[in-house]
Ligand binder design. Structure first.
Ligand code: NDP
Length: 244
């Protein structure tokens, strides 16, 4: 049976690559992000690749828009098999720069967006007695360095939320799987969210040397989805082979 997969942050990078790879498998995709033109193009591409897709222009920091994305999946396809909490930004900077807007945006998008996704999809998965959350953390969710304080904190939080969710649903005896995936340097539009010029330029050099394609992460996500449903891949770290 082809799965119904909801993806936040589907308009570019890892979210888009996952939609493309799952479309080849005939998946039914529900695509959410803010840039409508990119989502429209992706719906057409998914259909050419052999999948089905609908999209919603939505912001993960708005609980009603996240709930509506889940409702769209139910109205159109009748189920939510996988919810990929992928939308995220990475405006790293020094704490002493007090980039409060960036701090707030990272907390709202990376943490609250993930929580809202869980809140929206969990009731449907509980009724189905099955489903899978795939939450995108980062290797920055395992280590902090100069400038990564808030970003690392949000990605650490994604891991904490995921582990607590895993225990909660397992305790309920449901067949809901929880997977955290933590990528290293992946060439996407993520660097455009970095507002500090020096950090951006350092990242650009680093990614040019080490970054790998988003479809490597998408392939890994597919493997986690394809695993027989009585087993869950709980934590995945995927780095470019050459990234130290
Ligand atoms: P991209 O910038 O290419 O993708 C981010 C996606 O998130 C876009 O589709 C963007 O779409 C969406 N998005 C951003 N803010 C919002 C919002 N408020 N509401 C809805 N959608 C939003 O980067 P990646 O593909 O790299 O990022 C995906 C995830 O992977 C992020 O969580 C990131 O932290 C994580 N990650 C990435 C790594 C990398 O090296 N690239 C490494 C480790 C983790 P739109 O602007 O249209 O809303």
């Amino acid at each position: 049976m082809s799965k119904v997969i909801v993806i936040t942050g589907a308009s570019s990078g890892i979210g888009k690559a996952t939609a493309q790879i799952m479309a080849k498998d005939g998946a039914k995709l529900v695509l959410g992000a803010r840039r409508e033109n990119l989502l429209k193009d992706l719906v057409q591409e998914v259909e050419k690749l052999g999948g089905e897709a609908v999209y919603a222009v939505m912001d993960v920091t708005k609980i009603d828009q996240v709930e509506d994305l889940a409702k769209l999946a139910m109205d159109k396809f009748g189920r939510v098999d996988v919810w990929l909490n992928n939308a995220g930004i990475m405006p790293q900077s020094l704490l002493k720069q007090k980039k409060i807007e960036d701090w707030d945006a990272m907390i709202d998008i990376n943490i609250k967006g993930t929580l809202y996704g869980i809140g929206a999809a969990l009731p449907y998965m509980e009724k189905q007695k099955s489903g899978q959350f795939i939450n995108v953390s980062s290797i920055a969710g395992y280590m902090a360095h100069v400038g990564s304080a808030v970003y690392s904190a949000t990605k650490w939080a994604v891991r904490a939320i995921s582990e607590s969710l895993r225990e909660e649903v397992a305790q309920d005896g449901s067949n809901i799987r929880v997977t955290v995936i933590s990528p290293g340097a992946i060439n996407t539009e993520l660097l455009e969210s970095v507002t500090d010029k020096e950090f951006q330029s350092n990242f650009e050099d680093f990614y040019q040397n080490y970054g790998i394609s988003a479809d490597r992460v998408a392939l890994t996500i597919k493997q986690a989805i394809d695993l027989p449903e009585d087993a869950a891949w709980n934590e995945i770290v995927i780095r470019p082979t050459k990234q130290a």
